[in-house]
Ligand binder design. Sequence first.
Ligand code: GAP
Length: 513
Amino acid sequence: MANKEDIFKKVISHAKEYGYVFQSSEIYDGLSAVYDYAQNGAELKKNIREYWWRAMVQLNKNIVGIDAAIFMHPTTWKASGHVDAFNDPLIDNKDSKKRYRADVLVEDYTAKIEAKIEKEVKKAAKRFGDAFDKSQFLATNGRVVEYQKKINTILKRLGSSLEKEDLADVKALIEELGIVCPVSGSKNWTDVKQFNLMFGTKLGASADSAMDLYLRPETAQGIFVNFLNVQKTGRMKIPFGIAQTGKAFRNEIVARQFIFRMREFEQMEMQFFVKPGSQKEWYEAWKENRMKWHLSLGMGEENYRFHDHEKLAHYADAAADIEFRFPFGFKELEGIHSRTDFDLSAHEEHSGKKLQYFDHEENKNYVPYVVETSIGLDRMFLAVFSHSLKEEVLENNTTRTVLKLPAVLAPTKAAVLPLVKKDGLPEIAHQIVDDLKWDFNVTYDEKDAVGRRYRRQDAVGTPFCITVDHQTKEDNTVTIRHRDTMEQRRVPIAEVNELIAKEVDMKSWLGKM
Ligand code: GAP
């Protein structure tokens, strides 16, 4: 695989070819930034959701899960600030007529400087070998220090202009940096304007009585409006959390990165309600906890980093992203936000209902503070999928395409393959499938030579292949082949279930947290 663009193209085509992700309504040429999950994609997505739910809800005594409706009373969005402030700054290029997010244009510019830093690091690492100290190099190399200073200055100015809604300065920054339209190559920009990202719709049968509604742009508000219901019926004591997963909708200005930025997507969010004053402590604790969850999947510590926000959302007093190294560079995967009492207080004000907690220890009522963890399920899918896709050169100089998904998340855990389609081998293989299917998602495949079948399962990400051959008839053993090592072992059929369980069991993966 060559450059970043080629790798990303390969990810997208592999996702389609192996039944993971299809473009929505493809027969009508698709719908921009809307995707469908296919037979394997739906399983991978379900497994990621389950991995999150177990870690957040099942493993925490003080966190419960809900499933709120997508439609909410429209005042919800007035109170949350989304009607007035859920905007992105857009800019058009007059020559190409293409529309961009002004902040993304600037961030793409700084990403290019960052790529230069990475290049310098790679060069130095090669030069110094084992003696290379990356953090010392970053802090002392003159060229790298200058690059980093430039990035910081640009992002600081962008952050403060957006904070002050000084859109003229955002445009001035784009012009000063000499940013050109990637399509026309020109610097012929319009002014920067704000664009609200919420989708509107109507509730009701007749035109005059219909009520204007929004499709929720985040799932979090369904948790806030239910805070007191859950607290009372669940007799929850602060600190406690409410989690949920579900669809969210945003009319994104630019949506060019496959399932990274979609108009319909799924979030996995948790609001943790805490005593005012303790939010900083909980914010740090959740940052650490969430990073541990990511690392438990074994996708490499070097592929994650924290990014503290310069520009805080209208509701936050601290915020950080967990960024992941996607094929197109480090980008936000999850957000951890200290949301203060902004949402609950705003809902109190707009609904006229008290949303307070009576603290028996303190003997007083208060509006709790909230620390939120919010991750996009589709973005997590892309992180896992793109990281797992490898092209390997084998000893005999052939290549194989293998999807090295963490086994716990793989859609199908094992494929059962009769060596030939006769001599009673298919019957034994079907029996093994019937025995295993109660515990795992397994598949049966008898078409083509066994080597080709192995390759097919490698490409789809199945961790184990179980082959039934003539010896099986004699001694009830099969070969079990491991996707990552390609090693094959002969084992009794009776041990297969346990061998698979050992590697795919959520308990042992989550236990690494
Ligand atoms: N409740 C807080 C909230 O929604 P956010 O940073 O806007 O915060 C949280 O979104 C997460 O949702 C992001 O980190 C990202 O993973 C995911 N996300 C946001 N917009 C998305 C989009 N258009 N497509 C896919 N995922 C998205």
